[in-house]
Design a protein around this ligand. Structure first.
Ligand code: SRM
Ligand code: SF4
Length: 557
């Protein structure tokens, strides 16, 4: 356990926050600045928001001696990434009225709105609340949005597995009522006992905590990058239980050798909901008690697991739960791709997955996606399910309603756009990066689409256009677009420069390795031209790019 004398400053902010209230009310009322008090920026995250500023405008505003153009990003808590059509309609209007208007589907199956001014935060949260949506614990040192295999085609009992996402989210929600008091003007609670929190106490977790649930053989959510990964074990359409894996996480820091990406290690199997919930809860309490509270760079569960050992963690877990984990059951993943286009499930319901580049829902010259989705939601005939590949699935559509939905998708060129996108583009992910992300060192979602446009001709040249190689880009090594599990990963080092990573597998069970550093666009394309040529010439039948790269030892020694 960390020595409290060396705790990082955030630990003090959390403990003294009066259950995450801090001075948020005062900060909101302060009309002199568009920002909030510094300590409150840490607390705001627990309420699902980040203070940001437009980095494109920083220099110009500084020259004019203006304060930065502060705004806020809000992220919804959406366990398993599910929304009703009514909730989508509300989100569409909230985005238009209070934010930039672009609805961003994230790599964790939820939505973000950017560019909210301070005065618009409360109206935004109130409007979301009216349709039973909230942003509680979407960020901060708590359990975040619980993600789950997205497509109902993945299993006949998808619904049963998917329901665990909401249950786990509920189990691990902080007990404080601060969110309701500050943003929704609920009365101050008189009896503080009501918010006593045996799980988080007043210290919360040392760092963010992420949980994902996979349904093999698809691994659309990259389950093993989560702090806690659950793998549903299903036999003959019956849920036997879950394999439990711990210690996944991708964030690293350039130049800090103590940080590294890690895939979760499977520690056993649990059958039955009661035992599962107990195991999840206690995995979190162990991290609460043993996680590093001095150095936030080393505070994720992966470092706790490696510091104390996997066996120690399992033993401690068994001590706390009072039962032993069973031996892990065999499972395998075959893919991470979203199931694009129309699909029908075993109940005869229809699903349409459009390709949404970098998860940005807007109308542009290619398609009027945002308008189409509003019109579809208006029919009330499709639910909205989000994927960890930054797409959405128009879901649960009855046979008789399919033609009407298809007509709308065609009218606004959504089907054309999805069908025209190449395999490599459909498999790509870019994080937000500039201009809103304060940590970005280089572009990602504003640049990857163009780069892919230059990679596509190279693939065509080498007759590889049908290959669905997984390419991901992030603006820094925090890994929000999961670049370290991409077959080709680009990680920003400075404006226009990226480290290139190769050798991950296609299924999300092996991380990649550093291949070359600080490449600019010309160097990236030159490298890829050569690598694709070799891949085309020398690969074994059916061999995936990442496997071939590993066989060729395309990594820095
Ligand atoms: Fe992330 C921080 C965006 C998924 C690892 N992430 C951030 C912040 C909030 C920057 C900040 O701290 O101020 C970014 C906001 C940018 C913006 O303007 O919106 C940000 N992360 C995102 C999203 C929106 C990327 C996207 O384009 O979809 C994803 C939102 C997920 C969600 O809905 O909750 C997002 N972030 C991830 C993932 C991928 C995943 O979980 O599947 C990772 C890697 C997995 C992991 O956690 O290890 C990830 N984000 C980080 C880290 C590194 C954490 C670490 O352990 O070192 C940071 C930095 C931090 O926490 O200090 C970070
Ligand atoms: Fe920002 Fe870095 Fe995350 Fe991209 S990977 S959103 S640049 S923190």
């Amino acid at each position: 356990m960390s020595d409290s004398k060396n705790f990082s400053p955030i630990e003090r902010i959390k403990q003294k926050s009066d259950a995450l209230r801090g001075t948020l009310v005062e900060s909101l009322e302060d009309e002199i600045t568009g920002a909030i008090a510094e300590d409150d920026t840490a607390l705001l995250k627990f309420h699902g928001m980040y203070q940001q500023d437009d980095r494109d405008l920083r220099e110009r505003r500084a020259e004019k001696k203006l304060e930065r153009l502060y705004s806020f990003m809000i992220r919804l808590r959406l366990p398993g990434g599910f929304m009703t059509p009514q909730q989508w309609i509300a989100t569409h209007h909230i985005a238009g009225e209070y934010s930039t208007g672009v609805i961003k589907i994230t790599t964790r199956q939820t939505l973000q709105l950017h560019g909210l001014l301070k005065s618009k935060i409360k109206p935004t949260i109130k409007a979301f609340n009216e349709v039973q949506l909230d942003s509680i614990a979407a960020c901060g040192d708590v359990n975040r949005n619980v993600v789950c295999a997205a497509h109902p085609m993945q299993s006949a009992i998808h619904e049963q597995v998917h329901a665990y996402a909401a249950r786990i989210s509920e189990l691990l929600l902080p007990k404080t009522k601060a969110y309701y008091e500050i943003w929704l003007d609920d009365e101050k609670i008189a009896d503080k006992k009501q918010e006593e929190d045996p799980l988080y106490q007043d210290r919360y977790l040392p760092r963010k905590f992420k949980i994902g649930i996979a349904i093999p053989p698809n691994n659309d959510l990259d389950v093993l990058i989560n702090d806690l990964a659950l793998i549903a074990i299903i036999e003959n359409d019956k849920l036997l239980g879950f394999n439990i894996a711990i210690g996944g996480g991708l964030g690293t820091t350039h130049g800090n050798a103590e940080t590294y990406p890690r895939l979760a290690t499977v520690i056993g199997f649990v059958a039955g909901e009661e035992k599962l919930m107990k195991a999840i809860y206690e995995i979190v309490t162990i991290q609460r008690d043993y996680g590093n509270r001095s150095d936030r760079k080393l505070a994720r569960l992966k470092y706790t697991v490696d510091k104390y050992g996997v066996d120690w963690y399992r033993t401690e877990l068994e001590k706390r739960t009072g039962f032993k984990l069973e031996e892990a059951r065999p499972f395998s993943f075959t893919d991470r791709t979203d199931l694009y286009g129309w699909r029908q499930n075993h109940k005869g319901l229809w699903y349409y997955t459009p390709f949404i580049e970098s998860g940005r829902v807007l109308d542009d010259e290619k398609q009027a996606l945002k308008t189409a989705l509003l019109e579809i939601a208006g029919t009330g005939k499709a639910n909205f399910r989000f994927t960890c590949n930054q797409n959405l699935i128009l879901a649960d559509i009855g046979k008789k309603d399919k033609p009407a939905i298809e007509k709308i998708l065609q009218k606004y060129r959504v089907i054309d756009n999805t069908e025209a996108a190449s395999a490599v583009r459909k498999n790509s992910i870019a994080c937000v990066a500039l201009p809103t992300c304060p940590l970005a060192l280089a572009e990602a979602q504003r640049y990857l689409p163009d780069l892919i446009g230059k990679i596509e001709p190279l693939l065509a040249k080498h007759e590889l256009s049908e290959e669905n190689i997984i390419i991901r880009m992030t603006g820094c090594p925090n890994g929000c677009g999961r670049p370290f599990s991409a077959e080709i990963g680009f990680v920003g080092t400075a404006a226009g420069h990226y480290n290139m990573y190769l050798c991950a597998d296609h299924e999300g069970t092996r991380l990649n390795r550093l291949y070359k550093e600080n490449l600019d666009e010309a160097a990236i394309l030159k490298e890829l031209d050569l690598l694709f040529w070799l891949y085309r010439k020398e690969r074994a039948a059916g061999e995936k790019f990442g496997d071939f790269a590993l066989r060729q030892r395309w990594y820095k020694a």
